[in-house]
Design a protein around this ligand. Structure first.
Ligand code: DGL
Length: 265
């Protein structure tokens, strides 16, 4: 019997950012069915209170459980750092989270100066504070909130001049500190990598956690014996959004077959 194994991997994010994680998971686990929930109506989570973030995460989890998710990837640093402990304690399925990859940056940096670009909600979270204290204390962490970036991405203004200027404003304090590793601590920011590279050049290494999350998802599915072993070659990928679906469709245009569904929730 393959019922549970062929159930989908569930993903949620405050919007389209988590699709950067979905892409990594889909690449590594192409036989898996997936359901993605973009709570764009409530984006950005990064500016909300911990209570609000938790409330959204519970609602998103219930939605995905109703769609029979066998595992949930919390494809959002803000949601993970504020709510994953609660979710793990209160629901009986595995959750995979994503956190800014400070540990990896700590191993990569040569001059011991790393930058972390993330949302206010992530930077102010207890989990982030805890992880930050776990790396070599001689490493300086320059934290920067990416004010306004998520809003512009959700608006479909990824390539705009406004975006270019805003990215520069966010990165400038870190550049002044001479960082040599930059952690992208928000899943939305993966869509800004070309613009970020134009600003920071080649000597600063960009670190994001997409592949690590995909590998962790694979590890947990394997150890829990939940990998899809169905011989049916057709997979489904359903993307739900509670706002206009245009940007989601644009971002997913190279993936087939995906179904994007606008739905109130
Ligand atoms: N994509 C999210 C993250 O990884 C949240 C962005 C937001 O809604 O502020 O943090």
């Amino acid at each position: 019997m393959n019922t549970i194994k062929s159930n989908p991997i569930g993903f949620f994010d405050s919007g389209i950012g988590g699709t950067s994680i979905w892409q990594e998971v889909n690449k590594l686990l192409p036989k898996e069915n997936t359901i993605y929930l973009a709570d764009s109506k409530n984006a950005p989570y990064g500016q909300k209170s911990k209570e609000n973030i938790l409330e959204y995460c519970i609602k998103n989890t219930e939605f995905l459980l109703n769609k029979n998710a066998k595992i949930i990837v919390v494809a959002c640093n803000t949601a993970t750092t504020n709510a994953i402990n609660y979710l793990r304690e209160n629901y009986d399925i595995p959750f995979i989270g994503i956190e800014p990859a400070i540990k990896k940056a700590g191993l990569v940096t040569k001059n011991k100066k790393i930058g972390v670009l993330a949302t206010k909600g992530t930077i102010n979270s207890k989990l982030f504070e805890k992880t930050s204290t776990k790396i070599d204390h001689s490493i300086k962490i320059v934290e920067q909130v990416g004010y306004g970036l998520v809003e512009l991405i959700e608006n479909g203004e990824i390539q705009s001049l406004k975006m270019e200027k805003l990215i520069f404003t966010c990165l400038n304090p870190m550049l002044k500190e001479n960082i040599d590793a930059l952690v992208l601590g928000c899943t939305h920011y993966a869509y800004l990598i070309p613009q970020i590279k134009r600003i920071i050049g080649n000597h600063i290494q960009i670190i994001d956690s997409g592949l690590a999350v995909a590998k962790q998802t694979q590890r947990v599915l394997t150890s829990d014996d939940l990998l899809n072993s169905s011989t049916n070659k057709k997979t489904f990928h359903h993307f739900y959004t509670n706002k206009e679906s245009k940007i989601l469709i644009e971002i997913l245009k190279n993936y087939n077959p995906v179904k994007v569904i606008e739905k109130e929730f």
